[in-house]
Design a protein around this ligand. Structure first.
Ligand code: ATP
Length: 248
């Protein structure tokens, strides 16, 4: 089995407006191998979403290269955003079916299986407006996994949810990541979340500079309330503080 890999080299992104030029990403290089769960963290405005948008092709880079491959072909990407972005006029199961490249009983069974993984089989025939925000986000996650992407790009998927819902979705995401063997690139401003989920953490500072790329060497499953996770989080925060992240 091959696995998705990301190679980012010398990436730079400038946004030029009438009055100024903003450098959102500056000279960023990194590689992500198969079945890693890599979080990108950093303060607001440090370029996390811009980096994800360049990886997904929504934005083009000013300079540098991005290669996302699965073996010798281009990798298939799945996305989860801050809000679920479901189609309100389609039922839950139809939201999953809509993004599939083919139809048929097997495809339907696959969609039902992913809906079951997020514990929402009973909502298949309901409409997004009938679900809570957390449930909608679960559907968004099931939809992203249901196309069986090689790589999942996630942009602060739990940031709009209450703490309890976010915690249970993190657990579900972790199980899905382990069961499916996908490569995940996960943007968050929450260092605790990054420590709980990731095999590796990439840190961006203001001005879009990559200032740290660290493995998280804790066994899974990680209890967010455990001493080990609290210690790892404190250690990371100390390192980040010493890097003077807010300096431009
Ligand atoms: N379309 C755009 N035009 C001009 N500037 C932009 C544009 N998109 C982003 N920027 C600027 O690029 C920088 C990085 O923005 P980005 O949204 O990537 O940061 P972020 O780390 O994701 O922030 P947050 O955590 O607040 O979502 C910011 O200074 C932002 O103002």
């Amino acid at each position: 089995m091959t696995m998705a890999t990301i190679k980012v080299q010398d990436l730079r992104k400038e946004f030029v407006t009438d009055t100024s030029t903003v450098v959102a990403i500056e000279n960023v290089s990194f590689e992500v191998g198969g079945h890693e769960f890599v979080s990108v963290v950093g303060p607001s405005g440090c370029g996390k979403s811009t980096l994800l948008n360049i990886l997904s092709g929504i934005e083009s880079a000013t300079r540098g290269t991005v290669d996302i491959t699965e073996g010798d072909r281009k990798a298939k990407l799945g996305y989860v955003f801050q809000s679920a972005r479901l189609l309100p006029w389609r039922s839950v199961i139809d939201n999953l079916l809509f993004v599939q490249s083919s139809r048929g009983p097997q495809v339907r069974a696959r969609c039902e299986r992913y809906l079951d993984m997020v514990q929402l089989s009973h909502t298949a025939k309901q409409y997004p407006g009938q679900l809570s925000g957390g449930m909608q986000q679960r559907v968004g996650i099931a939809r992203a996994f249901s196309i069986e992407p090689d790589l999942l790009l996630m942009d602060e998927p739990f940031s709009h949810l209450d703490a309890i819902t976010a915690r249970s979705l993190r657990r579900e995401l972790h199980v899905m990541w382990q069961e499916t063997g996908k490569t995940v690139l996960f943007v968050t401003h929450d260092v605790s979340e990054a420590v709980e989920l990731s095999t590796r953490i990439i840190m961006l500072a203001k001005g879009g500079r990559l200032v740290a790329d660290l493995p998280v060497e804790l066994p899974f499953p990680r209890d967010p309330a455990s001493d080990a996770v609290a210690l790892a989080r404190a250690d990371l925060l100390r390192r980040f503080e010493s890097l003077d992240l807010l300096a431009t």
